[in-house]
Design a binder for this molecule. Structure first.
Ligand code: PGA
Length: 253
């Protein structure tokens, strides 16, 4: 099954308005063809509009780092799916480890967010991954299985569900999973998706690797049969390194 890889930049709480626009323009200018790899960026909420305008006319997908599960109303500080769509947002991250472990989002809320975004037409990039102590105590696959279960088996359009495997111990630490460690968990995720949904569906879903992916290790990771792209933090903040990773995803398997 030939899945078009998807490489997305998660800018987290970085950039200012001018640098966000400049970064977006640099990425749009050098981006490879969407026939070869889908490329997306998720800037901070406050710069979505400006970045969206900077990306106009390009094939770069605009993404949001978070979303709220309710459609509108008294939810101070939150942002709805419709508000994101209004700005041209195409994909949204759910279950990122920083939202799970720093902002203390519950599995229940994460599931509601994923469902709301999916139901209203967005691509959901659902992030899963174990903490170091969970890996050390051989709980990795159990943790990942539970986090996949947050989707409740209801997101059944494989073009709009992406799973990002991001071991927490690899995020922002400079210490990436080995090629074999990533492939083992990615294959497990695909197997779990085939159980929760069906085999054809599982075969079509893109599974990104995230956690200290950079130009130096991208080829090896992206060369694994079940690694279909990357979710990139630190290395997405410079257009050169981000585009090098996007290019490494092309024709690499
Ligand atoms: P990193 O972040 O590439 O800086 O490790 C990845 C992520 O959190 O999505």
């Amino acid at each position: 099954m030939a899945r078009t890889p998807f490489v997305a930049g998660n800018w987290k709480m970085n950039t200012a308005k001018a640098s966000a626009v400049e970064l977006a323009k640099g990425i749009a200018k050098g981006a490879p063809s969407p026939n070869d790899v889908h490329v997306g960026v998720a800037p901070p909420f406050v710069y979505l509009d400006a970045v969206g305008q900077a990306l106009a006319g390009s094939n770069i997908l605009l993404g949001a780092q978070d979303v709220y599960s309710e459609a509108s109303g008294a939810f101070t500080g939150e942002v709805s799916v419709d508000q994101l769509k209004d700005l041209g947002v195409k994909f949204v991250l759910t279950g990122h480890s920083e939202r799970r472990h720093v902002l203390n989002e519950t599995p229940e809320l994460i599931g509601k967010k994923a469902f709301a975004a999916y139901r209203q037409g967005l691509i959901v990039v659902h992030c899963v991954g174990e903490k170091l102590e969970e890996r050390d105590s051989h709980q990795t696959l159990d943790v990942v299985r539970k986090q996949l279960g947050e989707l409740g088996g209801t997101l059944d359009d494989a073009t709009r569900l992406v799973i990002a495997y991001e071991p927490v111990w690899a995020i922002g630490t400079g210490r990436n999973a080995s090629d074999a460690q990533a492939q083992e968990v990615h294959a497990f995720i695909r197997h779990e998706l085939s159980k929760q949904f069906n085999a054809t569906f599982a075969d079509h879903v893109r599974i990104q690797y995230g956690g200290s992916m950079k130009p130096e290790n991208a080829r090896g990771l992206l060369g694994q049969p079940d690694v279909d792209g990357g979710l990139i933090g630190g290395a997405s903040l410079k257009s050169d390194s981000f585009l090098a990773i996007a290019n490494a995803a092309i024709g690499n398997r």
